[in-house]
Design a protein around this ligand. Structure first.
Ligand code: DC
Length: 246
């Protein structure tokens, strides 16, 4: 396992954490495009783990069995730059399961799998390895606190519950009920914030960016300003070029 902080890539990592639908992925993707860096949305790994648990019908409350299954499974990330996704496809034991990671059953179980301490340890090791491969915007819940605690830029993206629920409802098919999206958003947030293993919390040295009253463009501009302030020699860092994946 390689920690990006030890690999010489420390200077070109941006950690973005925050609650459900705070805009992490969309801001992260735009930032990655502007800087010519990669985006790594770590949530896809927990989603892949949840899919694997469901597929194998392992009871979610059996922590040891869940951890054993994940330990015995092979998770791989492969570049998928052309797709309208997070730019990475996720494979489990050689099978591309990317089309399944946003399905309703994964959506409703992922927070439970993500709370499993042993699963987290395995995923964090994988994520540190991936992040050691070049300049990257790394998005998640515990990036600034646990995965890449030495990242030079840490942004905690936030917005009010109502704004996040409205955005999430708009993302979903027309007519998604804002009230039920709000309830689901609250439930997922509560689980992410209250779990014992690396709960969602802003790192001490993170800059909180509340986007409740900002347009998407303003949020991206502000995030970019934060990055440029923290990494003044940005163009030199960008020359590190894209990383290998897999
Ligand atoms: O960001 P997302 O909705 O794709 O994340 C899916 C789940 O994984 C969510 O419950 C939070 C969890 N997660 C986490 O615990 N740590 C991360 N670094 C990324 C996601």
């Amino acid at each position: 396992m390689t920690d990006a902080s030890e690999s010489g890539c420390e200077r070109c990592i941006v950690a973005i954490d925050g609650p459900v639908a705070s805009g992490k992925t969309v801001v992260g993707r735009a930032l990655a495009q502007r800087l010519g860096w990669r985006l790594f949305d770590t949530g896809i790994m927990y989603r892949a783990a949840a899919w694997q648990v469901l597929q194998n019908k392992v009871p979610l409350d059996e922590d040891e069995s869940v951890a054993e299954l994940i330990r015995d499974s092979r998770f791989e990330l492969r570049d998928a730059p052309g797709r309208d996704s997070v730019g990475l496809d996720v494979y489990v034991n050689g099978r591309d399961i990317t089309p399944h990671i946003r399905e309703a059953d994964v959506e409703s179980t992922v927070t439970v799998v993500a709370a499993n301490r042993q699963v987290r340890e395995m995923m964090v090791a994988h994520q540190q390895n991936q992040a050691s491969r070049g300049c990257m915007i790394v998005v998640g819940r515990d990036i600034g606190t646990v995965v890449l605690p030495h990242a030079p830029v840490k942004i905690f993206l936030d917005a009010s519950e109502e704004v996040r629920a409205r955005r999430r409802a708009a993302e979903q098919n027309a007519g998604a009920d804002e009230e039920s999206v709000l309830v689901a958003t609250r439930r997922r947030d509560a689980r992410d914030r209250s779990r014992r293993a690396s709960p969602l919390v802003a790192a001490n040295d993170a800059i909180t960016l509340d986007t409740s009253n900002l347009t998407l463009e303003e949020s991206i501009d502000t995030a970019e300003q934060i990055v440029r302030q923290r990494i003044p020699d940005l163009s030199a860092s960008s020359d590190a070029g894209p990383a290998e994946s897999g």
